[in-house]
Every structure is written in structure tokens, then in C-alpha cells.
Design a protein around this ligand. Structure first.
Ligand code: URA
Length: 235
């Protein structure tokens, strides 16, 4: 492990490149424990719990559990290829705290996305063995037929998968609108399931993960911390 210096810590916390981080120190904008730092190369034998940058206290060891209302047209990646990243919607210094999305939503899906920097939490919620239910509202290109419901609720085989996948719950909301719950989180799973029964998903919106519901107060692009009860319900 390289020695932790002030410039490295600032950069890890998302305050820009090492050069930009050095600039912050040289401008006298960085304090640890009430002392304004002068040397960006100062070594830090232990990571301080907080560092003050431009008047704001930044916690370096915060446990992050966040719900985001993911808008359409945004990628769930730290290195997006064609669109903005969901991580551009949350404070930049969280990137240095190893924040990740818990599972993914496609670029053209919207709704509830959880973010965290706690590996055990992420692993639990993602685990197909645990089978936490993810609920979606799918709007379809064609009317939803009874036979499609029967196939989805008894299990469909998707290309390149070893086992059939099943709609664990399915509610018909309208002629072309269905609420569906799945226990896994395979690549494009819901879209592939509807395609496998001869329909096509036009829009897909995730409304819940386990007992955690997308907060109706969050507009697309907004986030809030999960409550203790929400975290506990996923544990
Ligand atoms: N299933 C999909 O097909 N897409 C998503 O974004 C989520 C589940």
C-alpha cells in the first residue's frame, strides 16, 4: 500500500486529481483536527475520521446506504461509455469511499437504485440465493395475454442461462402494463423474460427491493439516505 498523503486522500475522496488536491492544500483550504495544512505531501500514518475542506467537514469512513431515483438515460457504472453516470448525481467525494450500486438498472430503465460502500450489504441484497424480490412496472409494446402470464409464472428459459427464471409475483395493471417481481438480477432479466414469451418491454421502472419502496418524494435524479429500518429490512 502506498503511503497515504494529504493529496492522495483528497483525491481519493473525489476532490479532483492529485494536482488539484495539492492546489486546495496550498490555498489553505484543508484542515485536520483544527490545524490548517500547508504541505500536500504530508504523510498520514492513520486516516483521519474527518477532514475539513473549504469549510465543510468530510467524513472519511462513513457507511453509505442510499436510495436514488434513477432517471432514464444514465449508466450505473463508474466508467460510463455513452451517458452520464449515476455517481454524478451524488456527492463527488463518495467515489473515494468506494460507493457502488447494488445491482444495476439498464440505461433505459428508471426507478429505485440502492448505492452503498458496505460490501456485505451489497452482497446480501444482490445474492440470488437470498432471492430478495425486486418489483418493476413494465409497459409493454403489445397486449399482455393470459398465456404469457401462465408462462412467466411457471418459469421461462432464457438464452445462455442454466435454470429457468420465474415471475415470483405478477399483477396485471392494464392491457399493456404489468407489475412483476423477480428474485434474481440477471442481465436485462425482465426485458428478456417478456421477450421470451413473445412481448416487448417499452419502459421499465423499479418500484421496490425487498420491503424498501422507492420514496415518492424523490424526483428522478434525487437521493436520500436509507433509514435504519430500511437497512435492517434488507439484512
Ligand atoms: N431487468 C431488466 O431487463 N432491466 C433492468 O434494468 C432491470 C431488470
Amino acid at each position: 500500500m502506498p503511503v497515504l498523503t494529504v493529496e492522495r486522500l483528497l483525491s481519493q475522496l473525489g476532490f479532483g486529481s492529485r494536482k488539484e488536491s495539492r492546489g486546495l492544500v496550498r490555498m489553505g483550504l484543508v484542515e485536520i483536527a483544527g490545524v490548517v495544512l500547508e504541505d500536500p505531501f504530508q504523510e498520514l500514518p492513520v486516516t483521519p475520521e474527518t477532514i475539513r475542506v473549504n469549510g465543510e467537514d468530510i467524513t472519511t469512513q462513513m457507511k453509505l446506504y442510499v436510495m436514488l431515483h434513477k432517471p432514464l438515460g444514465i449508466e450505473c457504472s463508474h466508467n460510463p461509455q455513452h451517458h452520464d453516470s449515476v455517481f454524478s448525481l451524488v456527492p463527488a467525494h463518495w467515489q473515494g469511499m468506494e460507493i457502488r450500486s447494488v445491482g444495476r438498472l439498464d440505461v433505459d430503465s428508471s426507478g429505485l437504485l440502492l448505492l452503498s460502500n458496505q460490501g456485505d450489504f451489497i452482497h446480501r441484497v444482490e445474492s440470488p440465493k437470498k432471492g430478495t424480490l425486486k418489483r418493476y412496472v413494465a409497459t409493454l409494446a403489445r397486449p399482455f395475454e393470459k398465456e404469457q402470464k401462465a408462462e412467466l409464472t411457471s418459469g421461462v428459459m432464457l438464452k445462455n442461462e442454466k435454470r429457468p427464471v420465474i415471475a415470483r409475483e405478477l399483477k396485471v395493471l392494464g392491457e399493456r402494463q404489468v407489475e412483476i417481481a423477480i428474485g434474481e438480477g440477471l442481465y436485462h432479466q425482465v426485458r428478456r423474460m417478456f421477450a421470451a414469451v413473445g412481448n416487448h418491454v417499452e419502459t421499465l421502472h423499479r418500484i421496490s427491493i425487498g420491503e424498501v419502496l422507492l420514496d415518492p418524494k424523490l424526483a428522478p435524479g434525487e437521493w436520500r439516505p436509507l433509514t435504519e429500518a430500511e437497512i435492517a429490512s434488507l439484512s
